[in-house]
Design a protein. Structure first.
Length: 147
């Protein structure tokens, strides 16, 4: 499969997230679902940060600039309430991950990270795609039922 086809596959899966983001209002960002510790704003920021980390550390795109604040804090600090900033980092993450996918030369190469061990690059693409979809599902529940 060509890299452009993999980008198409990834982008289509990511619409589970991006279509939600189109509907989010700034008033939704502090909402949580029940006793869940994570707000909508936190999840949006976290998804973007992890996509950027994969772009840089897994797929080797050195130009990526990322400070993974949600991972550093280890919890929702309540600061993710600026919708324009969140949309900006999500757009940047999408651009960087697309670029990272397009430059790959060998999807069978093995990479190793402390977060998920040894994986081929193709497995890592599956991992980041499902990570985004998993948290998009949580975001959808917050947007529907959250307070």
């Amino acid at each position: 499969m060509k890299n452009a086809s993999l980008v198409d596959l990834w982008k289509e899966g990511r619409t589970r997230f991006t279509k939600l983001l189109d509907a989010v209002q700034e008033s939704d960002l502090p909402k949580k679902n029940g006793a869940s510790p994570n707000s909508a704003g936190f999840l949006i920021r976290h998804i973007a940060e992890v996509e950027l980390l994969f772009s840089k550390n897994v797929f080797g795109l050195g130009e990526v600039k990322i400070v993974a604040k949600t991972l550093i804090a280890g919890k929702d600090t309540g600061e993710w309430t600026n919708l324009d900033e969140l949309r900006e980092i999500v757009a940047y993450a999408g651009e960087m991950l697309e670029k990272a996918i397009l430059i790959q030369e060998n999807w069978d190469d093995i990479i190793e990270t402390k977060e998920f061990g040894r994986k081929s690059r193709s497995e890592a693409l599956g991992r980041i795609s499902t990570h985004t979809a998993y948290h998009a599902g949580q975001l959808a529940l917050i947007l529907k039922y959250g307070r």
